[in-house]
Design a protein. Sequence first.
Length: 319
Amino acid sequence: MRPILFLSLFLLFINFVEGLDPSKKIIQYGHQIYQSEQGLPQNSVTAMTQTRDGYIWLGTQGGLARFDGVRFITYDIKNAALKNNDVLGLAEDREGGLWIGTYGGGLAYLKDGKIRNFGTKEGMSSTTIRCLFYDHDGNLWIGTRSGGLNRFANGKFTTFTSHDGLISESIYEIEETGEGIWIGTDHGLNLFQNGKFKSFTTADGLPHNTVRSLFADSNHNLWIGTDAGLTLRRDQAFRKTFTTANGLSNGTIRAIRQDHDGNLWIGTDGGLNRLQNGHFESFTSANDLSHDSVNTLFEDREGNLWIGTDGGGVNQLKD
């Protein structure tokens, strides 16, 4: 193994977090851009995760990429038995396998170098998948574009639709808090609690009924990203909404993550934002972000922030 590759794998695999110095401005961090020229299969990055073996996985519209710190390896319909190259969801299970949600090719499971595919024949309601989420009980939740919500547990799929109480069968995001499982849709927000769905819309305090992103922070609050701003739910109530009037660079919120220092990072259609001590700081194409539309955010084990964009590849911020 080449020394540089060994070092890169070592840095990816070790379990420590130094992270981004919160006292620095975003433009003071080291900034690396990875695009197709560096080995990405395609420049629209829609999902990211890091598996327990240290590899970083990136879903793109041109296939799945595995990054070892030096190079990208592509998994697609040509070499890895995927049914579709448009990867929108990634989730690792307790056994170290990787679930892959595709937009039109159903669900794939990668383990020990082998892929198994799941579709409507296996019990799914749709093969057009937007998001994946594991709950604390180890159940896999699958959000689809028009087939509602699927839950995979004990080897079987269960489907939930508008007939069961979903406000819409077009799902964008899934998250969990102490209240239950949250589902963001194009017609509002659902809470799955004690086997039943509750619905929340603008009539209940949301700024917009299109809910594109959800995130449960370390204080068990729920952050809700909509097409008209970012809303905080705390103590079972919608407490505050942040918009461009409060400093957000754009009101369409596509991704939310919290770093290990407790700062909130928000990906929008108008760049990246950091919420720190009640104030927003933005990082956009004017600051060399590769694209202003941010699809997904991820903090790796070293505390580096990865920013997946819609056409500009992935950006990495590091100290």
